[in-house]
Design a protein around this ligand. Structure first.
Ligand code: ASP
Length: 326
């Protein structure tokens, strides 16, 4: 065949090839461009809670998921997305972080939070805050605007003033439900209440970030800090492996360095995020200790818990969008 004829055939066939390619449905397992997972705490959540209450939680989780998804779908960073989600949940009195924080043994509210950037392991933690409205944003300032990674109590609040981060009166954190829970706990002398908020994300630039915020555990003693602000226990992010945020009995999560352990199993043993999270949550921790949410470098999401329930949500650029409790 002459070269001109060959060319003519090629030109005729080209649009047919193009049409065939365009008609291919997207591969369902294609790596998502962005992924997001969120949690609002794990614990004993009775399955018979009134339908209206259940709907309230799901509605809030959906709204938080949507706010974070919007940031990521618009090309925003994973850090911005996780901060946005956590701020949203901190402002919602339903969850034990910010506005809905639990009461300490002394009748105060003391907040802890941490954020981590998977690009270079930068991180910021704050703990024992009594007047900072959105602890997660102060944690981010510690990471970005101070030479330190961990600031606590009055010093951290002084730093909040320097950074012009809004502070509030302790009264702001009062909610009747948490007060009643505390009164009940005072009688029982138990400290195993679990709730916290967190978000982890992969952005379109390939970067992972994790953020967690909590009021801690009901009736906690003076000076008690949990796993949330301890990098590697309740919060961790590393672009090589995953971003992880935990919720549950903080003391156990610190002892087992849960978030870093999951990352280490991926890095050193080649486990997937799901396998690593299951190993730690189901085989290292005890039943009812709590759970984790994670997003891996490849956009896969893990939501693993050993308690009765975990308020949670997941979304990605492939169209996944779901919230659940049990
Ligand atoms: N892990 C938190 C703490 O121990 C509590 C929670 O997740 O509910 O402070």
């Amino acid at each position: 065949m002459k070269t001109a004829a060959k060319l003519l055939w090629l030109l005729l066939l080209l649009p047919i090839f193009a049409a065939l390619m365009a008609a291919q449905p997207p591969e369902p397992s294609a790596k998502p461009k962005w992924s997001l997972a969120i949690h609002g705490g794990a614990g004993t959540i009775p399955k018979d809670i009134p339908e209206s209450q259940k709907e309230e939680y799901l509605k809030s989780l959906r709204a938080a998921l949507e706010a974070g998804s919007k940031v990521l779908a618009g090309g925003g960073t994973s850090l911005d997305a996780v901060e946005k989600v956590v701020r949203f949940l901190e402002d919602d009195p339903l969850f034990n972080a910010g506005k809905g924080a639990v009461f300490t043994n002394e009748g105060t509210n003391e907040l802890d939070a941490a954020i981590m950037d998977g690009r270079d392991l930068s991180c910021g933690s704050v703990a024992g805050l009594k007047t900072v409205k959105n602890p997660i944003s102060l944690a981010r300032m510690v990471m970005e605007k101070s030479p330190h990674v961990f600031m606590v109590g009055q010093g951290a609040e002084k730093f909040a003033d320097e950074m012009k981060v809004p502070r509030v009166d302790q009264k702001y954190f009062f909610t009747q439900k948490r007060y009643d829970d505390w009164q009940k706990k005072l009688k029982e002398e138990a400290e195993k209440d679990k709730d916290t908020v967190g978000a982890v994300a992969l952005d379109v630039h390939g970067n992972l970030a994790a953020a967690t915020s909590t009021g801690g555990m009901t009736n906690k003693r003076f000076g008690r800090l949990g796993d949330v602000p301890v990098i590697g226990a309740g919060t961790y992010a590393n672009n090589k492996t995953a971003a992880i945020s935990a919720t549950g009995w903080g003391e156990q999560f610190i002892k087992h360095t849960v978030a870093h352990d999951i990352s280490a199993l991926m890095e050193y043993k080649g486990l997937t995020l799901q396998q690593a999270a299951e190993e730690v949550i189901h085989r290292k921790l005890q039943k009812d200790d709590g759970g984790v949410i994670g997003v891996a470098w490849d956009g896969s999401i893990a939501l693993v818990f050993n308690s009765e329930g975990m308020y949670r949500g997941a979304a990605d650029s492939n169209g996944r969008s779901e919230v659940a409790i049990w």
